[in-house]
Structures are given as C-alpha cells and as structure tokens.
Ligand binder design. Structure first.
Ligand code: SME
Length: 161
C-alpha cells in the first residue's frame, strides 16, 4: 500500500480526480475489510479536496447509519424519507444540492454546510447499500465533474463488497 497520497497541486478538480481514482483503487484492492477501505477513502477525499465533511452512511435494516467519515461530528441515523441522503437512497440517483437551505427536508448536521452531493453505491441485486455524502462550506460547490469523479469512486466501492 502506498504510504502517502499524491495530490496534484492544482485547483482543477478533474485533474485531482484523475490522479486520485487509481490511487484509491490501489489503496483498497488488497484489503478485504469494508470499514478499513471506507475509512481510507474518506481520508483520501478529505486530503485531496479539503471538503468540509465527507463520509458514508450505510443501509442497516430500515435506516442509514453513519459510517467512516472525515470532518465534524454528524448525525448517526437517517430515515429513508429524510434529508438529502434519504432522497439519494430512495431515488437511487446522484443528488447535487447547490444550496442546502433550499432543499426541503435537508438535515443540517452543521450550519457551516452550504452545498452537498450524495451518491449511491449498489449491491449485486441493484439495491443501494450505502451512500457517500460530501458537504462544502461554499454555496454551489459541486458540478458534473464531481458527479463523474465521485461516481467512479463509488464503482470502486461496489467492488469492495
Ligand atoms: N445533510 C445530510 C445529512 C448528513 S450530514 O450533512 C453529514 C442530509 O440532508 O441527508
């Protein structure tokens, strides 16, 4: 396993994703423990982009439960019909929220969070088994570039279960 992450010194997010994705593949491919891999993926995303909050919520029975993350403490359980995470879980779609205050039912774990992107990962039956939630303290901070880059990382996550 690489001992440190190489992050291009650029503000171009596509370049950072292009560098990060093979590193995340290499970082996780020889480790079988899902928690360990999710922990390193959240740390890699935090280090590469310095997002305000980045982490996973895993489907456990009838809720989404907080998993490995980087950032301030967060709510531990989210019902499927609540928040951006619940919306992503039920619609099975990538959700970009440019202004969290304009999203009905948004769960504010921190008042510093201004925009957010949430992505689903699917098991072999096509069911969502976790979501990745990334929060920014800047309004309208996420674009199609993030959707594409983070979706590639979710395809790596799907290979881990
Ligand atoms: N804002 C999320 C809740 C999780 S925290 O942001 C870490 C939501 O509305 O689902």
């Amino acid at each position: 396993m690489a001992e440190r992450l190489l992050v291009p010194q650029t503000s171009n997010r596509k370049e950072i994703y292009d560098s990060l994705i093979p590193q995340i593949q290499a970082l996780t491919e020889h480790e079988s423990d899902l928690t360990a891999n999710l922990a390193n993926i959240s740390a890699a995303l935090k280090e590469a982009f310095n997002f305000f909050w980045v982490g996973f919520y895993l489907k456990k029975e009838s809720q989404l439960v907080l998993g490995p993350f980087q950032g301030p403490i967060a709510c531990t359980r989210i019902n499927f019909n609540r928040g951006v995470c619940g919306y992503c879980y039920t619609t099975k779609q990538v959700v970009i929220v440019p202004d969290v205050e304009a999203f009905p039912g948004h769960i504010a774990c921190s008042s510093a969070s201004k925009s957010e992107i949430v992505l689903p990962a699917f098991d072999k039956n096509g069911e969502v088994f976790l979501v990745l939630d990334v929060d920014s303290d800047i309004l309208d901070d996420f674009s199609e570039i993030d959707s594409i880059g983070l979706s590639e990382i979710m395809r790596i996550v799907e290979g881990l279960i």
